[in-house]
Write a new protein. Structure first.
Length: 343
């Protein structure tokens, strides 16, 4: 296996970790605001804040690893993506700063009441950030970035009028809400909060249908945008069929109000099969037809060092997250809202 394939697989795994962890975070922000304006705030807000408190500080670690690794492994990506993604990248940076300001206000502010304006910004960023980040997938299919007179240009007209662009954005939005609702419903049941569980279960079921429809819409739009990639995806159809089966089982469990831990695990597998099926069928290109794992990889010495460093990062990050979940998120007293002993 080449350094390029190993490198992009490791980076794709970091990005998948971000997809799951950040989706729960972003969706929780939206549901926190939505529950406020619909009168369910007293039922679900406590559960959401209990989840966010120990998690929000580590969410972006996955994204930072991916961005740094992409440039390190494939230096050409900085040239092609750097200028083209200046606007969406800057937007994401501003939105993350606003989100961080809300966390600081919520954690360290003297007021015990949530300001509706701050919550609205918090909820909006939970949708705008994944929408902005998802545009990278649309651009990666080719035909949107081009070189003119030695400069990289993003064709904004084609980008904004391209159905595939909007299919990816819609998919990102509904997936965030679906993943988050599925996890929070499981978390509320584990906490024994029936009121919150009832509301969050409704959210999960409500967003399951739009999620699968958005998946199908994006899937067939790829055929119009990039027939070669679509053909590769058909060759790996079993992964997408496995994803659909996981989806059906996850929704069945939440409908029946049982095995919700398995239900969320199936959600992870659902997106895992689709994520790696999409990524594998996209190879060898990272950006059609300008960046490939074979031609754009850095030198062997640098690639070997980066692979070792990033694998070590995974070996540290994943156990750390598991430990944090055991100590906080799934600690019996913390889940139920009981105060933890100090000392």
């Amino acid at each position: 296996m080449s350094y390029g394939i190993i490198g992009i697989t490791v980076l794709w795994t970091f990005l998948f970790g971000y997809l799951i962890v950040a989706s729960v975070d972003f969706g929780a922000g939206f549901f926190s605001y939505y529950s406020k304006i619909t009168g369910h705030n007293n039922k679900v807000h406590t559960i959401i804040q209990r989840y966010l408190s120990p998690v929000w500080e580590v969410t972006n670690v996955f994204l930072i690893f991916f961005v740094v690794g992409l440039i390190g492994f494939f230096p050409d990506s900085a040239y092609y993506y750097g200028t083209a993604l200046l606007v969406p990248g800057s937007l994401v940076t501003v939105l993350l700063a606003l989100r961080g300001a809300y966390y600081a206000y919520n954690t360290y502010g003297s007021s015990k009441e949530d300001n509706i304006t701050y919550m609205a910004i918090y909820g909006a960023t939970g949708l705008l950030i994944p929408a902005a980040l998802s545009t990278i997938l649309a651009i990666s299919e080719g035909g949107i970035i081009r070189e003119e007179n030695g400069k990289v240009v993003l064709d904004w007209a084609r980008f904004l009028t391209n159905p595939y662009t909007w299919s990816v954005i819609i998919l990102a939005l509904v997936s965030v809400l679906y993943i988050s609702a599925m996890f929070l419903a499981f978390y509320a049941q584990k906490a024994g909060d029936e009121g919150a569980f009832s509301v969050l279960r409704t959210y999960a079921l409500s967003w399951s249908g739009p999620t699968i429809l958005a998946c199908l819409f994006a899937f067939f739009q790829i055929n119009r945008q990039n027939p070669a990639h679509f053909s590769n995806m058909l060759d790996m159809a079993w992964m997408f069929i496995a994803s659909l089966i996981c989806f059906l089982l996850a929704v069945y469990f939440i409908w029946k109000k049982k095995n919700l831990g398995w239900s969320f695990l199936l959600v992870i597998l659902q997106f895992g099969f689709a994520w790696y099926g999409y990524g594998r069928s996209h190879l060898p290109y990272i950006l059609y037809d300008q960046i490939s794992t074979a031609d754009s990889i850095t030198n062997d010495v640098m690639a070997g060092a980066l692979i070792a460093a990033f694998l070590a990062g995974l070996l540290v990050l994943i156990p750390s997250l598991i430990l944090m979940m055991r100590l906080f998120l799934f600690d019996a007293k913390y889940v139920s809202g009981s105060p933890l002993k100090k000392g």
